[in-house]
Design a protein around this ligand. Structure first.
Ligand SMILES: [Zn+2]
Length: 217
């Protein structure tokens, strides 16, 4: 089986400003090569993941970084503007995400696995699952009209596949250089390499997937 993303509208729904670049930028880039329309929806501001030497206006810095990465990828950037560490699957958050879905009109959504290590990621995954259903329900009213059909929903790998059993992998070996450049947009996170509790992006970008699951693509 060969994946073909042509004609798709692919939306990554993530918690934090660098999550799409870490977890699914290769897949997005590959979809873009096939002619898909790309979107990244970042639900949190990225206002609390400070490096050892704190950045005063961190949310503004990270907003610029995610905008630069989205531009480089050729993706539309949508923002939820919720606080870091505060994301929950609640009515306000569902309403906001439903509006964003209906603005972008995805046919395929990439979302955090619901048992991810980070509570914001878990909430983002639960929100994406709920809204992928309700976005096509006219009874859930927003400013934009309901979608005519629900998008497909794919779960993303967790960091190092902790607690995640993939159904398939997407081969992004031809997109690795672009993924590196996308990660490099997030300098405020790359600078966190001195943190005791933070594994820097630089060391994670070449992680090889473990040989489990099926590999149709
Ligand atoms: Zn994150």
């Amino acid at each position: 089986m060969r994946l073909d993303f042509s004609g798709e509208r692919v939306l990554a729904v993530v918690a934090h400003p660098d999550d799409a670049e870490v977890l699914c930028a290769g897949t997005l880039a590959r979809a873009g090569c096939d002619g898909a329309t790309l979107g990244i929806c970042v639900l949190c501001r990225g206002d609390r993941g400070q490096p050892a030497k704190p950045i005063a206006n961190l949310a503004a810095v990270r907003r610029k970084e995610m905008a630069a990465a989205a531009k480089l990828l050729g993706a539309v950037l949508l923002r939820g503007e919720f606080g870091d560490g505060q994301l929950v699957d609640g009515p306000t958050q569902r309403q906001k995400l439903t509006e964003l879905y209906r603005r972008f009109r995805p046919t395929l959504v990439l979302a955090h696995w619901k048992e991810d290590y980070h509570s914001d990621h878990r909430a983002a995954g639960a929100l994406a699952e709920a809204v992928s259903w309700f976005c096509a329900s006219a009874g859930h009213r927003t400013q934009a009209a309901a979608l005519s059909s629900q998008p497909a929903l794919w779960w993303m790998d967790t960091m190092n596949m902790t607690g995640f059993e993939p159904g398939f992998f997407v081969d992004v070996s031809e997109q690795i250089d672009l993924k590196r450049r996308l990660l490099a947009c997030h300098q405020s996170q790359l600078r966190r390499s001195g943190d005791g509790d933070f594994a820097p992006l630089e060391e994670q970008r070449y992680d090889k997937p473990k040989p489990v699951g099926r590999r149709p693509a």
